[in-house]
Write a protein that binds this ligand. Structure first.
Ligand SMILES: CC(C)(COP(=O)(O)OP(=O)(O)OC[C@H]1O[C@@H](n2cnc3c(N)ncnc32)[C@H](O)[C@@H]1OP(=O)(O)O)[C@@H](O)C(=O)NCCC(=O)NCCS
Length: 223
């Protein structure tokens, strides 16, 4: 069973998903690092939901499945992730992972696993605004997979999908001002630092902290 797959919605209504031709039938779309192919309809299956996959060589961004629960629990049971992403609880339990997977799938939301060589190494997501021109990205990478450029590749893949396939006009992300690794990822992909959002996010310990806003417009993306 695929959880977190894209149900028909504003993002899903875009031509790249092509489902308005046959809403009953799922469409398998494969984006690769430098080219994309659209299989209409998938030869192997009639899907009861919409699956997507973005691929760059050995790195795949794909929908989550219930089989990923142990990897999510292991990955997110890291105080550093909870420290930088206030919405992620700590300690992180199997129930938290199931709640994340089974939670409401908003029509404008992508929730994807980062899979490297068959192993889940992180998560990445994007929410598209209600007028369909701006996406906001968030991400985490398991501690033992950091420092290998995985997040940079994943953000680049998703940002390219957002700008080129979904034709969004802006992709943005916010980080804590002290989150040097996340800011470095943003810069490597080509995001521009816009400024500080003062008293922006409440952290679990009650502190309300500033955030730094980064944005990527068409033409900014760095390969
Ligand atoms: C942020 C995070 C996703 C980065 O994942 P990653 O796969 O290690 O990222 P990459 O390897 O693509 O790039 C990390 C970059 O940050 C740099 N970096 C890492 N720690 C750093 C630090 N403390 N100070 C400065 N730079 C740092 C790395 O050197 C690398 O840059 P380089 O390629 O120029 O050497 C990961 O650290 C993480 O999951 N952190 C906890 C959750 C989090 O902060 N999520 C983002 C919330 S906005």
């Amino acid at each position: 069973m695929v959880l977190g797959a894209q149900a028909p919605g504003r993002v899903g209504r875009r031509p790249v998903f092509a489902h308005d031709q046959d809403p009953q039938q799922g469409i398998l779309i494969v984006w690769t690092g430098d080219r994309r192919s659209l299989c209409l309809p998938p030869a192997h299956a009639v899907l009861d939901c919409f699956e997507m996959e973005l691929r760059d060589s050995d790195l795949v961004l794909r929908d989550w499945t219930v089989d990923d629960v142990p990897a999510i629990v292991t990955g997110c049971n890291d105080a550093e992730i909870a420290h930088w992403i206030p919405l992620i609880p700590h300690p992180y339990t199997e129930a938290d992972a199931l709640e994340f997977l089974e939670g409401e799938i908003l029509p404008d939301q992508l929730k994807l696993a980062m899979q490297l060589d068959g192993r889940v190494v992180g998560g990445i997501g994007m929410t598209v605004n209600s007028h369909d021109y701006r996406g906001t990205i968030g991400y985490w990478v398991a501690r033992d997979a950091r420092g290998q450029g995985i997040c940079t590749r994943a953000v680049r893949l998703l940002a390219r999908h957002a700008l080129e396939d979904l034709e969004l006009q802006r992709v943005d992300l916010v980080t804590d001002p002290d989150n040097a690794a996340s800011q470095r990822v943003a810069e490597k992909v080509g995001f521009q630092r816009e400024g500080v959002l003062r008293a922006h996010l409440r952290h679990p310990d009650g502190r309300i902290r500033d955030s730094v806003m980064f944005s990527l417009l068409p033409g900014d993306l760095r390969e």
